[in-house]
Design a protein around this ligand. Structure first.
Ligand SMILES: *Cc1c(COP(=O)(O)O)cnc(C)c1O
Length: 226
């Protein structure tokens, strides 16, 4: 099966999950996670009509960007070291992994030098797994309040990674809790933080994430195949 055929299947599944939950497919942006893909496979992704690509390692991503970049919209989805911000800031349109003040400070510094405003997702460790990055849900509110001083960061939403489980249904409470947190924070009406987006759902669990309100899906293996 080609990447294009897999994408058709994925799109079908998204449409079905939308129908089930009273949502519209247009509300959802698919970020094709290309971290394990060759340049040829990435070209197939673009040819299939996918315009958003996600990478999680700065060095690998930059090499690919040099070859393929420019036209597509690039998302940085992995843990971001502060000393790498200067390399990614003017190439990646979105950052999905803002999870600490020191990183925000560095993004602010670099973005302001380039005259850019960077839409960022605040990464939340909803499941509490020690292996996962992200803020504790209770820390998010004060973190967002502190971001007000950073004029070049737009906190557009929250991001989480669900635990890897056999039965994707088990991820539902994690996604539901991120949605709940979003609604609570939106209720505060922060002028600097729209928080309208939810980046959640990967190959294993994206239909559940759609049902629970995801607006950005990060999909790798279900497009690439194994
Ligand atoms: C690799 C990765 C994904 C995609 O995972 P798949 O299971 O291959 O869809 C999504 N988000 C992040 C942060 C990743 O590192």
């Amino acid at each position: 099966m080609s990447i294009y055929d897999r994408w058709l299947k994925v799109r079908d599944n998204i449409e079905r999950a939308c129908a089930k939950s009273g949502r519209r497919p247009e509300e959802i942006t698919v970020v094709a996670v290309t971290k394990y893909m060759s340049l040829e496979q990435m070209q197939e992704v673009f040819d299939a009509g996918l315009e958003h690509v996600g990478e999680n390692k700065a060095q690998d991503a930059l090499k690919k960007w040099e070859q393929l970049g420019h036209r597509e919209t690039w998302h940085f989805i992995g843990h971001l070291q502060s000393n790498k911000v200067k390399y990614v800031i003017d190439k990646f349109r979105y950052i999905h992994s803002l999870d600490r003040h020191s990183l925000a400070k560095e993004i602010e510094k670099r973005a302001s030098r380039h005259g850019l405003s960077i839409p960022c997702f605040i990464q939340v460790n909803v499941s509490g797994e020690a292996s996962k990055h992200g803020l504790h849900p209770e820390e998010v509110e004060s973190f967002i309040e502190d971001l007000v001083e950073f004029k070049h960061i737009i906190p557009i939403g929250l991001m989480t990674m669900a635990p890897h489980v056999e039965d994707p249904e088990q991820t539902r409470p994690v996604f539901a809790r991120l949605k709940e947190l979003q609604l609570r924070l939106q209720g505060k009406k922060y002028p600097h933080a729209p928080l309208t987006e939810l980046s959640m759902g990967m190959s294993n669990d994206y239909t559940i994430a759609v049902e629970e309100g995801a607006t950005y899906l990060r999909l790798g293996s279900c497009l690439m195949g194994r």
